[in-house]
Design a protein around this ligand. Structure first.
Ligand SMILES: CC(=O)SCCNC(=O)CCNC(=O)[C@H](O)C(C)(C)COP(=O)(O)OP(=O)(O)OC[C@H]1O[C@@H](n2cnc3c(N)ncnc32)[C@H](O)[C@@H]1OP(=O)(O)O
Ligand SMILES: CC(=O)C(=O)O
Length: 541
């Protein structure tokens, strides 16, 4: 039987103390639903005494039927010199309608004197009165021992007395907080181990990430006896953030054999991490451990060769356990194993002994040396593979393009592009305007192709990025253009590199259209045959 560790999520409270993180009431409700689905035990919704938004949240959340999670409200011990029953913050905690509250109190003598500006005795009274009052009101009470580790290192006796007072007043759990985030895992282990021998109620841990060891500290605390772990999804939180539950959970469950969430819910971690990034309007870091896009992305040829033989050679856990997946990147650091893996993904079968495979690898390395970066442009890479390993027909060939940019006296710019193409042995000349040279080229290219391949009306450019490759060359430097295209369902990325930004853009643009046509080749054949029949018909008249 695996020992249970209780998860206490504070994304909606401490998470929103992180710079740039702000959640509306609806956002919070959405996140609550997801956390409940994966079986987080406690969800701290906010601080009812802090702002009207949090009050509204506590009203609205009462309408949710949660299956697993208990909603908690956060606040502080009573104010100095005020009776607990008259303290506005404690009243709001009770009025919030929750059954569980977490209150933080000072356990570091230095904080009591410098921040609270009161006596050590009054602080102990504040803790005692507040916990006792909330218990009298029938609530489950978690006491967050603020700055516990710093306090313990400086004045053991007082820090211990502060949490003893909370225990004696009836607290259900004492969460030891590394509030400044500077404590190291071996210190956490030693201190938590000692505290577990002195306190008879559940011990919890709340770590900040200022020393980048919040996850490690949380694990050390559990190994030392803590059974309640506080943290946030994706590690959002004040300053450098809180312990990232998305990493804490699989480390505890997969590696240390504790029970945090039901086994079947582990595979939702990747999607919940993405979901919360999305709701919080944050870019998901691709190198986020466990769930990031790159967490199981293999780039070095040696690694890929080994992973193909046995994934455990370069993977610490199976990616599917947490809902992630293995990826292989293609670059100048690739070996033939990278090509084989990618080709298989696209249903091409290639053999290491095939001379084309070696040629393709050499071509990729040359191109990467020129400035191409295929890991960011898989569609261009797939075209290269297709051209190397199967019959390739050009959907169109360029004869020339011309671009005209005009600025009139009233500071109005106009841009026009003329494109001459050969499609199905027919010369097509088109012109189009655009709000810039690349846009005009895009319009002219489509105008020329749409009559042959009407399907391209469905695709559009969704992103366009330019990167200067050698800044020392200033305006003469090479540029790398990355284009992302979409048809509303799929997205694909293509690349072009040149000393001329228009040419780099054209190359990326052509790859984008060729890729789409290649992917929809079955549909296209029908349309272009008809077109040819039509021409024949016309010629007969
Ligand atoms: C470690 C943590 O993360 S604790 C959580 C921190 N989170 C937040 O502060 C976010 C929400 N906070 C707020 O909305 C506001 O700070 C409020 C509404 C709670 C309080 O606002 P104000 O009354 O204007 O006080 P202000 O924020 O300026 O100062 C905090 C006061 O609380 C006191 N205080 C700090 N900790 C405690 C405590 N554990 N118990 C009682 N009082 C405390 C401070 O000494 C200070 O008192 P003072 O005004 O007499 O100097
Ligand atoms: C309570 C809390 O958030 C802290 O001490 O960091």
């Amino acid at each position: 039987m695996r020992e249970q560790v209780f998860l206490y999520d504070t994304t909606l409270r401490d998470g929103t103390q992180g710079e740039g993180i702000s959640l509306s009431v609806d956002d919070k409700i959405k996140i609550v639903k997801k956390l409940d689905e994966i079986g987080v035990h406690y969800i701290e919704g906010g601080w009812p005494g802090s702002n009207p938004k949090d009050m509204e949240f506590f009203q609205k959340v009462q309408d949710l039927q949660l299956s697993h999670s208990k909603i908690t409200a956060f606040g502080s011990t009573r104010r100095i010199g005020v009776k607990a029953k008259e303290d506005e913050n404690l009243q709001k905690l009770i009025e919030s309608g929750v059954k569980v509250v977490a209150i933080f109190g000072k356990t570091w003598d230095f904080q009591v004197i410098e921040a609270l500006k009161t006596t050590l005795e009054e602080n102990l009274d504040m803790i005692r009165d507040s916990v006792a009052y909330l218990k009298e009101n029938g609530l489950e009470v978690i006491f967050d021992a603020e700055h516990f580790f710093d306090g313990y290192k400086q004045n053991k006796e007082y820090a211990l007395k502060a949490i003893k007072v909370a225990e004696e007043a009836g607290a259900d759990c004492i969460a030891l907080c590394d509030t400044n985030g500077g404590t190291l895992p071996h210190e956490i282990y030693k201190i938590v181990k000692t505290i577990c021998t002195k306190i008879n109620i559940q011990i919890g841990i709340h770590c900040h990430n200022d020393g980048e060891v919040a996850v490690a500290n949380s694990l050390s605390a559990v190994q030392a006896g803590a059974r309640h772990v506080q943290g946030t999804i994706n590690g959002y939180g004040e300053r450098c953030g809180n312990a990232n539950l998305i990493s804490v959970i699989p480390n505890l469950q997969v590696k240390l054999n504790y029970e945090c969430v039901k086994k079947e819910n582990l595979s939702n971690l990747t999607s919940i991490s993405k979901y919360v990034h999305e709701v919080a309007n944050q870019a998901a870091p691709s190198n986020q451990p466990f769930v990031g896009k790159s967490a199981f992305a293999h780039k070095g040829g040696m690694h890929v060769s080994a992973v193909l033989k046995h994934p455990e050679t370069y993977e610490h856990i199976k990616p599917e356990l947490i809902g992630n997946s293995r990826r292989v990147l293609v670059s100048e650091l690739s070996g033939q194993s990278n090509l084989m893996f990618k080709a298989k993904e696209w249903n091409y079968s290639i053999d290491k002994k095939d001379p084309n495979s070696k040629l393709l690898l050499e071509k990729i390395k040359e191109k990467e040396h020129e400035g191409y970066q295929y890991e960011a442009a898989e569609a261009s890479f797939e075209l290269l593979v297709k051209k190397s390993f199967s019959e390739w027909k050009e959907y169109f060939l360029l004869d020339y393009y011309k671009i005209f940019v005009e600025k009139n006296g009233e500071d109005i710019f106009s841009t026009e592009a003329v494109v001459k193409l050969c499609v199905h042995d027919e010369m097509v000349l088109t012109a189009a305007e655009g709000n810039g040279p690349v846009n005009a080229l895009d319009h002219a290219l489509r105008k020329g192709l749409e009559q042959f391949y009407p399907i391209i009306k469905n695709m559009y450019l969704s992103d366009y990025k330019v990167r200067v490759l050698d800044e020392t060359e200033a305006t003469a430097s090479k540029v790398r253009v990355l284009i992302e295209s979409s048809d509303g369902t799929e997205k694909w990325s293509t690349i072009g590199v040149s000393g001329n930004i228009i040419k780099a853009s054209w190359l990326a643009l052509v790859d984008s259209v060729q890729y789409y046509l290649m992917k929809n080749d079955n549909l296209i054949k029908v349309v272009s045959n008809k077109k040819e029949e039509q021409f024949i018909g016309l010629n007969n008249h």
